[in-house]
Design a protein around this ligand. Structure first.
Ligand code: FES
Length: 129
């Protein structure tokens, strides 16, 4: 069996939502202590809905595929739903990641959570993210 699923390869080769959102409503950046990779997530939020999302990464192929999939999963969704997105759900949507690459998908989950935290803080909304 191939190490990476077709979906992982597709999102790695043609990542969705790569880039920067100027004047984003929330920006989150995380780094992975293990490998030193970095992920940055930008959110545009209107009326509690994520209307746009983009990411930049200095990360491996699995991090790129995970972020690409994660952005597709939260785009157009309510903030509450995005908050509940887990790296496990992202990996499942990609038809799996090798066990030693699961930590890469955590970058995507954490970057989204940090961006939402930034959004809450900018708007003076209490949160426990
Ligand atoms: Fe660093 Fe994948 S090896 S994010």
């Amino acid at each position: 069996m191939a190490l990476y699923s077709e979906k992982v390869m597709d999102h790695f080769r043609n990542p969705r939502n790569v880039g920067v959102i100027e004047n984003a409503d929330g920006v989150g950046e995380v780094g992975n202590a293990k490998c030193g990779d970095i992920m940055k997530m930008y959110l545009k939020i209107d009326g509690g809905t994520i209307t746009d999302v983009k990411f930049e990464t200095f990360g491996c192929g699995s991090a790129i595929a995970s972020s690409s999939m994660a952005t597709e999963m939260i785009k157009g969704k309510p903030v509450s739903e995005a908050l509940g997105l887990t790296n496990k759900a992202v990996a499942e949507a990609l038809d799996g990641l090798p066990a030693h690459k699961m930590h890469c998908s955590v970058l995507a989950e954490e970057a989204i959570k940090n961006a939402l935290k930034d959004y809450y803080e900018k708007n003076g909304i209490k949160n426990d993210i």
